[in-house]
Ligand binder design. Sequence first.
Ligand SMILES: [Zn+2]
Length: 255
Amino acid sequence: MLSFNQIKEDLVSANRILAQHHVVDSFGHVSIRHPTNPDHFLLSRARAPNCVEFSDIMEFTHEGEIVGHEAGKPYSERFIHGAVYAARPDVMAVVHNHSPNVVPFTVQTKKKMRPIMHMCAPIGTDIPTWDISHKFGATNLLVTSYEMGQDLAETLGQRTVALMRGHGSVVAGKSLRDVVFTSIYMEINADMLIKAYQLGEGDVIAMSDEEVAKNAGGRAGFTYERGWENWCRLVDRPYFPMDWNMGPGFSKTDK
Ligand SMILES: [Zn+2]
């Protein structure tokens, strides 16, 4: 069991890791549900993820109001996070990104984002695209109100990922490690999928629903720890080990 400060340190690490893997650049963000108050979430002040420090972590209500310590200006798109936490009690962490190889799939209507390699299975086979203009007309494409966040969360539904037209994506996870894992492998999957489409003649064979389901159940604490320890090392951040046993439905090995 991690302490509250270790949980916040892990959130700092997640910011650095996502930046190191080009899921976020100077923009994009990652949050966690508050460990003891499920109606609140933790998110950095508006700062490039690679620069985020422990003292930048702030607490918010689902509606995006600041609670307590005000480290600085909040992200204008913090509503994405609160709306997903409000709609999905199972979600413990959220990433919003402009992942560069993912964005082309937000504007492509025929060639869909699909998982093509086993590590990328967590993105799922059913990935919707949210178009802000359908409800809000011509905007700057940013999610700057709770109402916009709710509309996005509705499109996400019970899924792991929703693409955002001309913008990026939102990724929901059962833990911080889970959401970082999915976000990194979605960017890798998108890069590989673009290459597969460019190979020319022939169809691209994506993973099936059944294959994705079997893969998700087999993803274990061991797998998350193996990735997380390595990613912490890559960004020179402390690694706090967690239990491999993730409960029913999860393997205890990496099989
Ligand atoms: Zn954005």
